[in-house]
Design a protein around this ligand. Structure first.
Ligand code: SF4
Length: 608
């Protein structure tokens, strides 16, 4: 191709290069899309270098040794930031060939890569002798599995998706024994994330309502657990339009000779798409259904009973009060039947991707499980001000925000101490017709238990990671081991919803957005927080480094009863944060490999 351009003296608008990505298939070295993964920062270079071959007589050879041997290691970093940045990447592939041959077409334009989820399904029955046990007495796990396989295929087919079982292990694995246990894989695919979710939802519903006794035989128990998930990827519309225009040049108006298709497998373009454009396709959604809409009736009932159980013995947050909130209150001062709310309104003080044009439908709760000395909402969080609402009342307000306010989401601000009531309110609002995503806006002093209660109910987690060191958390947050709890909580949030994703209008719909407020003299703690995010969660996490610290609450006030001229309290943070301190945290974030920031967009519009 480059020779053709050269021979015809074609001058391009930008430089063009040819890339032969190392090891896309992951055959000899078992990590697919290896070269592009390192380039995009999805894979660690040193881990890749150390990977050994899986070929039986070659198992001591590593990737690094082999690159050295063939002279392909190179001197330029395989890195999208410092090495070889790209504006656009086009991939030529033959894998879609059979589709084109079968339909007698010439060019396939791959629009994106399908979403898929993997599961482990375990059916457990009872082992018995094949010769002495009649059908009516068999709890045959493999027979049950065969029904499941045909049913799940039909479920996927009805939604235009694919469901496949590729691995089956029957135990005890004897010719004359009815299998007691079957462990199998399940792979569900569709070009849209939401359709994969629907297929999973239909399958879970089928399992919940299944009569586990087939043909009158003893019942078989079963369990289905997600093991891997990969979101759908849509390639950039502009790049696709270029390919389409080129196809027309070649084929004229013979539009039938071109086929638009989705790829069923991963490709290097999945990695390069993350880094070539501002509108990174991996984080774009076609449409979105809130997670609470996909909960089965059984899961809803389980959530309700878990919520009541937590209220009867509250250890919901790290304060571990162990109180029955129907009879007394704990550290947060809020009981069981009602929450105290300071303000409910469309709010325009959030990140642009949350507030959009109509505002974020915010519910500011009174009370808090922390006592930050600089709290900028101390009048509502430290004092019990506001009005009391039952979960049912709260659901009505949520509907009002949606129907009258036309807000983009419901944003629960400081909900850590009222998680059960919030869960009940979301379920009630779901029945009333709520359709917008739920935002959980937290100081990160949560517990993994309370977050598990919110799993399936929350779409966007908005954790504020405040400080890193224990001495700072003791002095300024009046809280022991804050960072330890924050790390565990944020990791659980990320496990539930992953990276922040948007619809094409620039509004966030699902994922985690981590905030960090830079504080005077605490910039090194911000650096550690950024490093932890990049190292533990990943480099694609969406981060907001906030600059608006101002002294408030107890900071800069005289001690009660202190003499005139006495030193003010918390003098070390009694000033605005400097540009230099903010710059140190921002630089650390970029140096750690983070790149998705809530900051002014360079291209106009929302920065997604
Ligand atoms: S939510 Fe309130 S009552 Fe429950 S453990 Fe936390 S502070 Fe205590």
């Amino acid at each position: 191709m480059l020779r053709v351009l050269e021979d015809h003296a074609i001058e391009t608008n930008g430089p063009i290069g040819v890339v032969n990505w190392t090891n896309e298939e992951g055959a000899r070295f078992p990590l697919s899309m290896m070269g592009s993964g390192v380039w995009a920062g999805s894979l660690d270079l040193n881990n890749v270098y150390d990977l050994p071959s899986v070929v039986s007589d070659d198992k001591s050879t590593t990737v690094l040794q082999e690159l050295d041997r063939i002279g392909f290691k190179g001197a330029i970093p395989a890195n999208w930031q410092d090495g070889v940045p790209m504006k656009a990447h086009f991939e030529l592939h033959i894998e879609q060939g059979p589709y084109l041959v079968n339909s007698n077409q010439d060019i396939g334009i791959v629009q994106g890569v399908q979403a898929y989820k993997w599961f482990r399904v375990v059916a457990t029955g009872r082992a018995c002798h094949t010769g002495t046990t009649g059908y009516q007495d068999r709890a045959d796990a493999l027979y049950w599995a065969s029904h499941f396989i045909t049913k799940v295929r039909r479920i996927a087919q009805n939604r235009g998706g694919l469901a496949s079982v590729g691995v089956i292990n029957a135990e005890p694995g004897s010719v004359n024994t009815v299998p007691e246990k079957v462990t199998m894989s399940l792979d569900i695919r569709h070009p849209k994330d939401q359709t994969v979710e629907k297929i999973v939802h239909d399958t879970a519903d089928y399992l919940e309502n299944l009569d586990t006794s087939i043909d009158g035989s003893p019942p078989v128990s079963f369990h289905m657990e997600e093991t891997f998930s990969s979101s759908a990827m849509r390639f950039d519309p502009l790049a696709l339009a270029c390919v389409e225009a080129s196809s027309q040049c070649i084929l004229g108006n013979n539009r039938d000779a071109v086929r638009k298709m989705f790829s069923g497998a991963g490709h290097d373009s999945v990695n390069t798409s993350k880094r070539t454009l501002y509108l990174a396709p991996p984080f774009l959604l076609d449409d979105y259904i809130p997670r609470y809409q996909l909960l089965s009736s059984v899961d809803q009932a389980k959530k309700r009973s878990a919520a009541y159980a937590h209220l009867r013995q509250c250890n919901l947050c790290p304060r571990l009060c162990n109180v029955n909130r129907y009879e007394e209150t704990g550290y947060c001062l809020i009981g069981a039947e009602r929450v105290k709310v300071s303000t409910i309104a469309p709010h325009f003080g959030e990140e642009p991707c949350l507030q959009g044009h109509n505002g974020s439908g915010s519910v500011f709760f009174s009370g808090c499980n922390m006592r930050c000395v600089f709290c900028q909402n101390h009048d509502i969080s430290h004092q019990r001000q506001g009005f009391d609402l039952t979960p049912e009342d709260l659901a009505d307000w949520m509907m009002k925000l949606q129907e009258v306010g036309k807000v983009h989401n419901i944003n629960f601000v400081t909900p850590e101490h009222v998680v059960p009531q919030v869960a009940l309110a979301i379920l009630a609002a779901r029945d009333k017709g709520l359709r917008v995503p739920i935002v959980y806006n937290t100081s990160s002093f949560d517990s993994v238990d309370s977050l598990r209660l919110m799993d399936g109910l929350v779409d966007i987690y908005l954790p504020d990671f405040k400080v890193w060191s224990n001495s700072t958390s003791k002095r300024l947050l009046k809280t022991e081991a804050y960072a330890e709890h924050a790390r565990a909580s944020i990791a659980e949030m990320y496990r539930q919803v992953g990276d922040l994703c948007f619809t094409g209008d620039g509004i966030a719909k699902k994922g985690v957005l981590i905030r960090h407020l830079v504080m005077p003299g605490k910039e090194e703690e911000g650096v550690q927080i950024m490093n932890w995010i990049a190292d533990v969660l990943g480099k694609d996490v969406f981060v907001h480094v906030m600059e608006q610290y101002r002294p408030d609450a107890h900071v800069g006030k005289a001690k009660r009863g202190a003499k005139e001229g006495a030193e003010k309290r918390y003098a070390e943070i009694n000033r605005a944060v400097s540009n230099q301190e903010i710059g140190i945290v921002q630089k650390a974030a970029r140096d750690a490999g983070l790149w998705r920031f809530a900051e002014a967009a360079r291209h106009g519009g929302f920065n997604i």
